[in-house]
Design a protein around this ligand. Structure first.
Ligand SMILES: Cc1cc2nc3c(=O)[nH]c(=O)nc-3n(C[C@H](O)[C@H](O)[C@H](O)COP(=O)(O)OP(=O)(O)OC[C@H]3O[C@@H](n4cnc5c(N)ncnc54)[C@H](O)[C@@H]3O)c2cc1C
Length: 435
């Protein structure tokens, strides 16, 4: 006889594991299923795990600032003594360059004031106090090495910067999913690895469980899709994409790891760095390295992946280009012959904001479209999903009357309608990893 659960969660990445934890805490009997061997083995393991609070919409900023509090007290969140080996959160702060792309951060700083998140204005001539020997000239628009003027300044100076003291990074993103898994198990959740879901079973317009690749079946009235870059595969399996205005796709991305410039101890003194003038972001990495990601300038080709199980996991010229762009600002940054870094997939929504929602299929929910920017929100996303499932299963019509969600730390309410699959595309989005 097949076993029954209150809910099946597909995916045990950082968001899937936090969702299991939060649902188990509400008393639901959950089973998390992942086709990989351990929690966090999927796109979570490739994450830069940057925790920052600036986004383009009020709701995403509020979520991120709420999320920061969980990383600050991670052990308090997962429970004292629950995990064998805890992640380390480095609260370094974030330096963000003002550019026309982010409207000189004016809207962001207004939003920070609304949510009570501190920030500090940094005039251009003080940027080198934070970033020694910084070249503060402007380089926008981004170019490819073959374009005329690549690496040449286009203006005398950027417009200054803002320092957000509340932000940082997690040293080991995979471990964070494993910590959350242990917390979930301590709350009663079950996990099954090396197990693939191949079908969402439905009867009379309702979810009744899933079928696994070995043909066996597991029953549950609720299934939550937290499948990361496979989210669209699972949504297609469930037949729910016609009822969605916002869809998701897998996008291949590279992250470069390079040594810090000579004389700079970026591991000790560094911070999160985001710069839409040179279209890169960076953070410290162990061994006095710098981890470099792209802020998706229009000139770079986008590598959409049809089958998330098959993509080129080798670094390409792109990681070198990102390093060259950062070297425009970080004077003395070397361009290594031998590329090092990570290749992984984002699960990108049409407006680069997440979908935390129900679906048109009764009992089928999704935490998807995390667009390379939702690691930081995993604990809050878990809470959102648990509340959404509980309310909708009790008969609440979230599509008509969106659930209002209270953010405990920052004492604010947000409408979860902002994360609806049926929303209009948010035109204020950066349409990049910044969200
Ligand atoms: C390169 C990169 C850099 C990033 N940097 C940041 C950052 O700095 N800050 C930030 O906030 N966010 C960042 N992100 C985004 C963040 O890491 C993700 O949003 C988050 O890790 C997603 O977690 P998840 O649990 O939803 O998905 P995943 O970790 O992708 O987990 C999904 C799981 O579902 C499983 N699965 C899929 N299909 C099936 C199936 N049919 N049956 C069973 N299991 C299945 C997979 O095996 C996988 O383990 C980054 C992402 C990437 C790729």
């Amino acid at each position: 006889m097949s076993k029954s659960y209150d809910a099946i969660i597909i995916g045990a990445g950082v968001i899937g594991a936090c969702t299991a934890f939060e649902m188990a805490k509400k008393g639901m009997k959950t089973l998390s299923i992942d086709k990989l061997p351990e929690a966090g083995y999927g796109s979570t393991s490739g994450s830069c795990a940057i925790i920052r609070t600036y986004y383009s919409a009020y709701e995403t900023c509020a979520l991120a600032y709420e999320g920061w509090h969980y990383w600050k007290d991670w052990e308090g969140y997962i429970g004292r003594g629950v995990a064998d080996n805890l992640i380390q959160y480095h609260d370094t702060g974030c330096l963000v360059i003002k550019t026309p792309h982010n409207k000189d951060l004016s809207v962001v700083c207004d939003t920070m004031d609304q949510i009570g998140c501190p920030w500090e204005n940094i005039p251009t001539d003080q940027i080198p106090d934070r970033l020694p020997n910084a070249d503060t000239r402007a380089y926008d628009p981004a170019k490819r090495p073959d374009d005329d003027g690549f690496g040449e300044p286009t203006g005398n100076a950027v417009n200054g910067a803002v320092f957000f003291p509340n932000g940082g990074y997690v040293s080991d993103p995979k471990l964070s999913a494993q910590n959350a898994q242990q917390a979930a198990m301590a709350a009663g959740a079950e996990f099954r690895f090396n197990t693939e879901v191949t079908e969402i079973k439905q009867e009379n317009g309702k979810v009744v469980g899933v079928t696994l690749s070995d043909g066996s079946r597991i029953n549950a009235p609720v299934v939550v899709n937290v499948a990361g870059p496979h989210s669209f595969v699972i949504n297609e399996m469930a037949g729910v994409t016609d009822g969605m205005n916002i869809n998701t796709r897998a996008l291949r991305h590279e992250v470069a790891h390079v040594p810090a410039p000579k004389g700079m101890d970026f591991e000790r003194d560094g911070f999160i760095y985001s710069d839409s003038d040179i279209h890169t972001y960076a953070r410290p990495e162990t061994g006095n390295h710098i981890l470099i990601g792209s802020e998706d300038p229009a000139c770079d080709p986008q590598d959409w992946v049809e089958n998330p199980d098959v993509f080129d996991a080798n670094l390409s010229e792109q990681s070198k280009i990102m390093t060259m762009r950062l070297a425009q600002r970080f004077t003395g940054l070397g361009i290594p012959e031998q590329a090092k870094g990570v290749v992984a997939l984002y699960d990108v929504s049409d407006d680069w904001m997440p979908i935390y929602d129900k679906s048109d299929l009764d009992g089928f929910y999704m935490a998807v479209g995390t667009s390379g920017n939702q690691f930081k929100n995993a604990p809050v996303a878990g809470k959102i999903m648990a509340e959404l499932v509980q309310k909708c299963q009790a008969g609440h019509d979230h599509d008509v009357n969106p659930v209002q969600f209270h953010l405990d730390y920052i004492n604010a309410d947000i409408s979860l309608g902002a994360f609806s699959r049926k929303r209009e595309i948010n035109q204020n989005s950066s349409f990049s990893v910044i969200g």
